[in-house]
Ligand binder design. Structure first.
Ligand SMILES: O=C(O)c1cc(C(=O)O)oc(=O)c1
Length: 289
């Protein structure tokens, strides 16, 4: 496998100025590989994209804090994520991916290192297996830590995941809205099924992220804006936003992070919605203690 670059070398400065305290609540770090080797099971092998690069981007885009989500290429070894959090001067927290056999002491160590959630990934192109029964055991064990579960799945398996999701005892955050086909519009079948999930419990949140992944029409991603804005307006207290930098697997159409930031006022059109999306909501999940 050759190493790939999936991020923009020189992103534009966004026109939109985020409110003070804004959080990029979905981003990753890759390596550096010499210090934090990628998993033997990784499905892609990126170039290094470490904490210095992430924090430089944070500052360039006008954000204050990051939530670093363990990327699948690092498997269940969270060292690179923990290292980035440790270097952030308290300005980053994280979401881990764990081996279900993890000990309570190791979970506690992750908590001390700034982890506040675990991620369950159901994308076959990213992981070899997703054992629901073991995931549920992990979900029960993290309850005492006050963590939540982050799930990543595609729209076509949402119906079959419903009983699993219903059984999760913690708050749930769905990555990238479960990848709906946004070209179907705000009332299309994918969004309807996703809204039914949100309506089933008031502790299911989502990340209104990744126009570059979900809107094949390309920048300025009008279909994404039209489909996602009603979601932000209808569930203003349950949405998070993030860049998704360094955009794993997006090497064929590199996204400009400045353009991604300029999507924010299109999906969260008022200062109040922007403040909840970028400041209040992530603070409630990641900086409550
Ligand atoms: O769609 C993807 O390829 C992707 C991959 C990862 C990861 O490798 O962890 O994370 C994401 O948020 C999205």
């Amino acid at each position: 496998m050759s190493r790939i670059v999936s991020w923009h070398a020189d992103p534009s400065r966004p026109r939109f100025v985020p409110p003070a305290g804004a959080v990029d609540a979905h981003c990753h770090v890759f390596g550096p590989m010499a210090q934090f080797p990628f998993s033997a099971k990784a499905k892609y092998l990126p170039e290094d994209a470490g904490p210095d690069m992430l924090f430089a981007l944070r500052d360039r885009l006008g954000f204050s804090r990051n939530v670093i989500v363990q990327a699948s290429c690092h498997g269940t070894d969270n060292s690179a994520t923990l290292d980035a959090i440790a270097k952030s001067d308290g300005r980053a927290r994280g979401v881990a991916v764990v081996d279900p056999a993890i000990s309570d002491a190791e979970l506690e160590n992750l908590h001390q290192g700034g982890i506040r959630g675990v991620r369950f990934n159901f994308l076959k192109r990213l992981v070899d297996d997703a054992p629901k029964d073991k995931f549920l055991e992990v979900a029960r064990r993290i309850q005492g830590l006050g963590w939540h579960v982050v799930v990543y799945f595609e729209a076509d398996i949402l119906e079959e995941l419903r009983s699993f999701l219903d059984a999760i005892p913690t708050l749930i955050v769905v990555d990238h809205m479960g990848r709906p086909d946004v070209t179907q519009g705000p009332d299309g079948p994918d969004m309807r099924v996703f809204r039914a999930l949100l309506d089933s419990r008031d502790d299911i949140w989502t990340k209104v992220t990744c126009p570059d992944r979900l809107d094949g029409s390309g920048p300025p991603w009008d279909a994404f804006a039209q489909a996602v804005r009603p979601l932000v307006e209808d569930y203003p207290d349950r949405v998070l936003w993030g860049t998704d930098w360094p955009h794993p697997n997006m090497q064929d159409a590199i996204s400009d992070d400045g353009a991604l930031v300029d999507m924010i006022p299109r999906i969260a059109p008022t200062p109040e919605l922007q403040h909840r999306l970028l400041v209040d909501n992530p603070a409630r999940l990641y900086w409550h203690d």
